[in-house]
Design a protein around this ligand. Structure first.
Ligand code: GLC
Length: 644
């Protein structure tokens, strides 16, 4: 029977291979359903006994996933198994490497893009990798990973949404579904099928450079927003979501980092009860929502690095929480484990429960280490089989064997479509938090003369912040916008133009204005580059032009409205008394013109603070369940509206 199945299966594999190559050939258009529907349900071959028992049975969509995993795993060599556990970066692995080493995944580090970073460049690259994977003996597709953390933010022309802290202020689960919808459709348009998002960190110390990647200090709000995002990405679009970074990445203590950074990748000095209630609760909800991957945090818990913590990964995540998906390491994070060499770092982390290794520069060494570890008995075959089963399970569950480049019908026809930008504009409006409105200076009168100034008024790069086009992001320079989109100033000009108003940007004409608006901001940053021990308006990651802007509006003698474009609260206690109105705009992204629609009253303010706003840095950490009698400047959940 086996021999008979083999010949049938060889014909089928050949047929599938030919169709898959033909389907992938058309690189110019957004790909058609490029996967091979191995059998039209009900066809003679579908579910036939031969199908179920031969190696090709795993290719049969009519076979239960766990059977497909079992059949495929049993047929894999050790090389094919450990290859699946390695994730290379696009800059260090060619399609030929995928084929030669049976790589399970390739990813883009922050900003890493092919060619001219256009859709066709991405499709060409992803098709190349998938064709190579399909050409291997077992034809296991790769997963291509990327940080599309606020839209498909690496690719030219993508819609850039507000970062998570602004979405926390919006607090709108339906909006999260729509954001996931746009992000996924633009990812499929480029052939990318794994999103290293959502970050479900519960940020507790605003000095952390990743505060803006956290929805909130409140774990319930984090889950309320991350769960619909995960379900829309995965259930509707087949994009693999990642709950990250496991666990308590947002709970580290200032100056506790063994990585040399002020707080990023630091140590969370908390009880197991606090760990579970604050920082792991979101993972429970994400797993219940079906999240397919979890990324482990660089940080440590009570002095033990998470990447080497078998209790956290194997016992809690895979045991107690019954996570059945892929546990992926963070970017070379295992190199921080206190082991004598790379081999022992691989052994310690795979035995702790890491299934796939994000090793952009050492993926070959990882493969060698895993093979050596199995040979030496330092890693049991059962652990390898568990890791590979998880990887295969996700690939089967997400339809990668049938549609490795995604389903064309779900792809955006182009990036940056107007209707998709409208979703981002809604997100901007809902994210704004009104913190002061003395004498009801807001809403602004549409026919008024407005003097507007400040380093963040006309800069798309500042609006987007980190993880935009590049890892750290960047500011507009020399008339060149960092990425496509509209600025806050564009929005003011549009409203004024349509309503007989006047926008003044030259300080010498400010005397003619009715109101002065200062748009202050932060420099773009990501991760530890954003760690800031001061959080003032004139130091740390604050923009250099903030002071000059405040001086200019003060000299004007006009009523003053201040808008802060930042990834977190900054210390404004000594300044806010001089302002008539104050709005936190967070990092609004590419559709900055929507800010003006709220300031001029087309929409009311609905945003509420997702984090406690400290009076000064000494108060930090200060949050809902660790107030310790402190009185913050603004409490969690605060936000004014115009309508009474
Ligand atoms: C980074 C981040 C992580 C990201 C990964 C890949 O270091 O910690 O959030 O997904 O590398 O870019």
């Amino acid at each position: 029977m086996k021999g008979y199945c083999k010949s049938i299966s060889l014909v089928l594999i050949l047929f599938m291979f030919v169709t898959s190559i033909v389907a992938c050939r058309n690189k110019d258009a957004v790909p058609k359903t490029t996967g091979i529907q191995t059998h039209t349900p009900g066809s003679a071959a579908a579910g036939s006994k031969a199908e179920k028992n031969g190696v090709s049975g795993y290719q049969n969509v009519n076979v239960p996933v766990e059977d497909r995993v079992k059949v495929l795993l049993e047929s894999m060599t050790i090389d094919e198994k450990v290859g699946q556990m390695a994730q290379a970066e696009r800059g260090t692995a060619s399609p030929n490497d995928v084929k030669k080493y049976f790589l399970g995944s390739v990813f883009s580090g922050g900003g890493s893009h092919p060619g001219k970073n256009k859709v066709e460049d991405w499709i060409k690259m992803c098709t190349g990798y998938q064709e190579a994977a399909k050409s291997t003996r077992l034809g296991i597709p790769i997963i291509y990973g990327i940080d599309s953390v606020h839209g498909h933010n690496t690719v030219n022309g993508a819609v850039i949404f507000p970062h998570n802290i602004g979405l926390g202020a919006a607090g709108d689960p339906e909006l999260m579904k729509r954001i996931a919808n746009v992000t996924a459709s633009e990812m499929i348009a480029t052939g990318v099928n794994w999103n290293f998002a959502p970050c479900i960190a519960v940020g507790r110390d605003e000095r952390w450079g990743r505060t803006y990647e956290s929805f909130s200090e409140n774990p319930d709000l984090v889950s309320k927003l991350s769960v619909p995002y995960i379900k829309e990405l995965q259930d509707k679009f087949g994009i693999i979501a990642t709950a990250k970074h496991y666990a308590a990445d947002g709970g580290t203590v200032w100056k506790s980092s063994s990585s040399g950074y002020p707080i990023d990748q630091g140590d969370a000095k908390i009880t197991e009860e606090e760990l579970m209630e604050i920082h792991i609760a979101g993972y429970k909800k994400a797993i219940e929502a079906g999240v397919k991957s979890v990324m482990v945090s660089f940080s440590s818990w009570n002095g033990v690095k998470n990447h080497g913590n078998k209790y956290l990964i194997e016992d809690v995540l895979k045991g107690k929480l019954a996570f059945k998906g892929i546990v992926v390491s963070d970017y070379e994070a295992i190199h921080q484990l206190n082991e004598k060499d790379f081999y022992h770092q691989v052994v310690a982390s795979v035995n702790a429960g890491i299934d796939m290794f994000m090793e952009p520069n050492h993926w070959k060494k990882t493969i060698e280490a895993l093979k050596k570890a199995v040979d030496k008995g330092d890693v049991k075959v059962e652990r390898i089989n568990d890791a590979v089963s998880r990887i295969l399970r996700v690939k089967f569950e997400m339809g990668l064997f049938e549609n490795p480049l995604g389903k064309k019908e779900l792809a955006a026809s182009a990036l940056g479509l107007d209707e998709n930008c409208e979703v981002a504009r809604k997100a901007v409006r809902e994210s704004l938090v009104l913190l002061k409105n003395k004498n009801n200076i807001l809403p602004l009168k549409k026919g008024a003369k407005i003097y507007i100034t400040g380093p963040a008024m006309d800069d798309i790069g500042v609006q987007c912040g980190g993880w935009t086009a590049s890892w750290q992001g960047g500011t507009d320079k020399g008339g060149q916008k960092w990425t496509r989109g509209t600025t806050i100033l564009d929005g003011f000009k549009k409203v004024a133009r349509d309503n007989g108003g006047t926008i003044i940007t030259d300080k010498k004409d400010a005397k003619d204005a009715d109101v002065a608006v200062a748009v202050l901001g932060e420099k773009p940053y990501a991760e530890y580059e954003g760690d800031d021990g001061s959080l003032g308006l004139f130091d740390g990651t604050a923009l250099d032009g903030n002071m000059k802007a405040l001086e200019a509006v003060k000299e004007s003698g006009l009523p003053v409205v201040v808008i802060l474009v930042s990834g977190r609260p900054r210390i404004v206690t000594n300044e806010i008394e001089k302002w008539d109105a104050f709005i936190e705009a967070w990092l609004p992204g590419s559709e900055g013109d929507a800010v003006a629609e709220v300031l001029y009253g087309d929409y009311d303010f609905t945003g509420k603070l997702p984090v406690t706003w400290p009076v000064n840095v000494m108060q930090i950490p200060v949050s809902i369940d660790e107030m310790d009698g402190k009185k913050p400047l603004f409490e969690y959940g605060f936000g004014l509206s115009i309508a009474k």
